[in-house]
Design a binder for this molecule. Sequence first.
Ligand code: ZN
Length: 391
Amino acid sequence: MTKVNLHSTNRINSNKKHKLTTSYNTPQQELNKNDNKKLKLSLATLGIGGAVITAIAIGKYNKAQKLADSIDFKPAKTLQEAKEFAHKHLKIKKFELTDLDSANYINEALVNYNNNISSNHKKIVNSVKPTTANETGIASITWLCGFGGFLEFNEKQFNNLDNLINNFFNKHKSAIEKSDFDLFNFTEKQNSLISKFFDKSAMTKKEKLQFLEFSQKLNNIKNIDNPSACFINLVSDNEVLEIFKKNNLPTTLDEFSKLDSNNQRKIITDLMRNYNKKFKVQDGGPFQTINHEIGHVLHNKNIGSKKYSELIYHQGKSKEEIEKGVEKFSSQIGEDKIQAISGNITKYATTSPAEFVAETYSHLCNGGRFSNEIMDLYKKFGGVIPNNCAI
Ligand SMILES: [Zn+2]
């Protein structure tokens, strides 16, 4: 997530690229997920300037905000039909996608969003077009206060998911396997998604995208790349806490952190083997990335650009810069909360409050439930709660 202030006005450029390459595979690699700093839209490229025009644009934009409380989504059969749906129901002025599956995916994602958010937040996307640059991210939203959101979707990537999944599984031989089912407490929906993959059942592109993001997350947890996050994930279960107490094992992250990493891993694997304890894993659902982007926009709108800009800790793609973000965030909220976020949401959510809010929002949209501690933090930073949130 990157934001660039266009000084004399309150316009913002927000641009987050989600890598769908191998960047989720290890915490290190995940930290490489970059937020490209790019000023895609400027006053010059919009051909406008000055506060008066901004005010007019805000008026127009506000007028266009009235979307139905609940919209019924039905996949379009032609691209033209999809465009008409976007104009009519989502009030999107420019809908320039060129691929039917992509168009249906975006319309469904935006309907899903619309139906689960309070009326004052319904309209945020004004224009949808294919990603023009040769980017690896699947989607980004550029937000300009007063003008709305400009969503770019990577149709190429969306039509290349088989290759991305194959690359991921080839590169990570230890990626989720059938035998790993025992390690996790999967929900029915998650089970069915994974089974489809192993049974080689036909999967929609939407399911493939979800599966790719999900399996990358599982791969991180399963390899116990980050024992502290695994520890936090497991001890959030009271029964586990009791087992630890009885066996004189560490019950707080502070105690756990004092052990060396081999011992930490051993405790976790023993617990799972001997007590049949499993990781809980929540995923962001089929629209994770779109909801992540929307989460940024809602956050920005909710607390204002000035405050929001203070919650972005990294803009570059270098590992160092992102790690600095984690360090800063950690010094602010404490290491235990950082690990709780990493273990229950994603590693990427630990890189800044802005990414924490966006990641949490996308999980909440998928019915995610988090501890009071995490939710208090989410509210404190100004995250918006979707209607269907299970809290
Ligand atoms: Zn982001």
